[in-house]
Design a protein around this ligand. Structure first.
Ligand SMILES: [Mg+2]
Length: 172
């Protein structure tokens, strides 16, 4: 079975809706698509780093549309590993673990990889929203569109807009 490394934030966990909601709560203003597209998260949302360090940020993130249904199907035909750079925000680890157990109960603990740099990850396919992870990877790379990467050239990576595209790509 082929192995797929699946990122959490910006691929299955909707962190942007958390940023937008917390920014609106603090400043009383909804950041528009135009204002966040093409900008790093901490530029689009000036207090983004505070938000990600707030208790509950990861635990209460909504699930990205269709990710659960498609991953459930992929899980039968591929070896799925959820790979998250949780060491960037160590307090996130417990929240991410609980979040995965709640929303993706078909993903076993052996399939959860909380790490530092993803440079160490070896698999056949990587799905991620950050070039810094995809560019090191030696297998097939899928760039999941998020506002911060929306205006960038996908280079050698296959860009997808949503999980339905991933389904068509990997479960033909
Ligand atoms: Mg990510």
């Amino acid at each position: 079975m082929k192995r797929i490394s699946v990122d959490m934030d910006g691929v299955i966990a909707n962190v942007y809706s958390q940023f937008v909601a917390m920014h609106a709560a603090e400043f009383g203003k909804l950041v528009t698509a135009d204002e966040m597209n093409g900008k790093p998260e901490d530029v689009a949302f000036e207090n983004a780093l505070q938000y990600v360090r707030s208790p509950g940020f990861f635990r209460s993130a909504p699930v990205i549309e269709d990710s659960k249904e498609v991953l459930r199907k992929l899980n039968d035909q591929y070896k799925i590993f959820i790979v998250s750079a949780a060491m960037e925000f160590p307090n996130s680890l417990v929240e991410k673990h609980a979040w995965l157990n709640e929303h993706f109960p078909f993903i076993g603990w052996q399939q959860m990889v909380f790490c530092g740099s993803k440079e160490i990850i070896k698999a056949d396919i990587m799905i991620d929203d950050h070039f810094k992870n995809l560019n090191f990877f030696t297998g097939e790379t899928i760039l999941f569109t998020q506002p911060h990467n929306k205006l960038a050239n996908a280079l050698d990576h296959k860009r997808v807009e949503n999980w339905q595209e991933i389904e068509r790509l990997l479960l033909p």
